[in-house]
Design a protein around this ligand. Sequence first.
Ligand code: ADP
Ligand code: MG
Length: 756
Amino acid sequence: MREEIYDIGGMHCAACSSAVERVTKKLPGVSESSVNLPLNRLTISYDEAQTTPEDIINKIERAGFTATVQKPKAEKADINAAEKDDEIIKKQSKSEKTGLVISLVSAGILLVFSMLPMIFPSFPMPDIISLGKNPQNAAIIQMLLCIPVFAAGRRYFTSGIKSLMHGNPNMDTLVAVSAGASVIYSLVMTLLIPIRPHSAHELYFESAAVVVALVSLGKYLEAGSSAKTKSAIDGLIKLKPETATLVIDGETRQVPTAELKVGDVILIRAGASVPTDGVVQSGTGAVNEAMLTGESLPADKKEGDALIGGSILLSGALYMQVKKTGEDTVLAGIIKFVLDAQGKKAPIAKTADKVAGVFVPVVMAIAIISAVLWLIFGQTPSFALKIFTTVLVIACPCAMGLATPTAIIVGTGMGANAGILIRSGEALELSSKISVALLDKTGTVTKGEPAVTDVRSVNDNEKELLSAAASLEILSDHPIAKAITEYSKKRGIAAEQTLTNVKMHEGGGISAISETGEALYIGNDRLYRELGIDTEKYIKLLDKLRAEGKTPVICGRQGEILGVIAVADEPLPDAKEGIEALVALGIKPVLLTGDSEQTALAIAKSVGISDVIAEVLPTEKAEHVIRLKEKGETVLMVGDGINDAPALISADLGCAIGAGSDIAIDSADIILMRRELISVAEAVRLGRLTLRGIKQNLFWAFAYNVIGIPIAAGLLYPSYGILLSPMFGGLAMGLSSLFVVTNALRLKTKRWRGKA
Ligand code: ADP
Ligand code: MG
């Protein structure tokens, strides 16, 4: 199986995107194919043995669109493409603007010219072009005024007719057929004027021109707003500076960022951006990482601290050694992550997509049927034409196609700027439905940097205890192990022995044999039970330490207990606030840990959690998640992403926290760049907000068409005399997709960060 991304050209509305999906899904071996309309991008998964990229491109081209494979080097391709897009958009928008002005002005003049005699019969129109005195001349002038409008909007005709020929009629087809029908009818009427003077009153040139001009205006405004939905990702792409100051033999030289290599030393001056990922070699400074992690307070950096490319040095000066470049950097990872998310469809969009796929043919059928019915019921051909053209142009498949993706692009973009990366529209949708949040203790609720608090040696020989403990713990990378080895090192007691027969007991501790053949062990009661060594005498001490929220481990040798070492891990500074925010959202927080129940309860209490699941082996964490799911809960699992992977995958939504420097986490649906518990609640709020935006958009798009089309078909005419003009239809269509995009952009004004 292979996943590829294609840039698709020539799509204008949901009917187009669903046509691209439809034809590609018919290829053998294609398991998934989904188009993101605002991004003009197809994401497709297929079996290389059955289909080739050429097949895919061919199929798409035969349907009337263009397709190019995006370079597999996602970051480079995307960044270059984004820059190229920028240029193209600038050029395009200039010529589009001129075209739009020409078409609006001509349509305006035409409208005034054709309406004036009706509104102001006394207006002194020169005889030679007066509709009353010289109807044929007037008709020809109207016809001529149409030309600039159609020339500026020729896209609707070329694309609309072409896609009709390919059997994939789209929004352009509706406009083209509607305007085309009006023009042909009017041309016939113009020719008939000499034999049937009344024909001069059945000209619809102005309506055809105004429809095209208004639809163009709507599209133009929509394109501008659509571009704004992508501003977050554009902002990220632009974070990387073009050049860096390379230091060689004490001399500095400006080089393009792309030429930096791992190991290079660069100088970063105050006010400049960090060009790529690295560590501070010397110097100090305050760095703003807000755009990458959402952390608004500047971080102080000194020798040995990590720097993320794209952050800005506010003050000071730093020499940095380059650690990662190009696609390996955090920034490139974020961009790729967000672009991936935006290319995927949310489940909620499925119905809209189905409707959009058949929408245009259905609308064309409705237009024809209503026109024919009105003729049968004795209306004039001119009346029937008006109905036909209005139905065609009022229908707006674009609104439906834009409803979901625009909101998701805005939502995921807002998240990315706040250090909250959401993998897909589906994750976004799910995050709004969470009922239980399982929080891993170490590293999620606590800082994950435990420190030794108590050392209780049985025979008053701390040195012996710490030396044995350090010899064992140096072999482990558990946070407890780190705390103990660091502590003994500080006390000048190092691991003295090299051990053999080392055994790591999952969720228990370590056992090994020393150089002199003695058995050594360190761990919790579970380990000692396993080893068959009695710890009864120490229960009271262990309980006391646990009630204080500390984690005691017992160190023993040859069946004897040497003593107890307790470590404690402080809760994250915002743990209480973060839990409160979750509770306020109606989500039940549960602490999940391998630690003892008493320790877990003490910590839970201190941060406001009342439910704990303790003494869970790492392998059992996923089972607890599944058990909760079976009870009907929608489970969010939050972990620090190292050993919690199975649980993250089992949960409805897996959330990796504190991934600031390493976002290559495959098992998580949401990545929180900051190690701040509040960002869990923020992610949920963002999900709810975005989903509400999507629902509003979908409701609007459907309601608009469901109400607009029957009215345009003349449903209200018999009882209320209400009949829409094609010009109104064109205006409504243009505004309705603009409305959807604007509503999506409105998400940006909502409050969702911080406490509430
Ligand atoms: P958690 O991630 O919640 O800390 P673990 O399964 O990693 O859960 O650890 C559970 C318990 O096992 C720890 O609280 C500790 O008592 C014991 N333990 C695990 N590894 C070690 C170790 N290297 N040294 C001492 N005790 C350990
Ligand atoms: Mg852990």
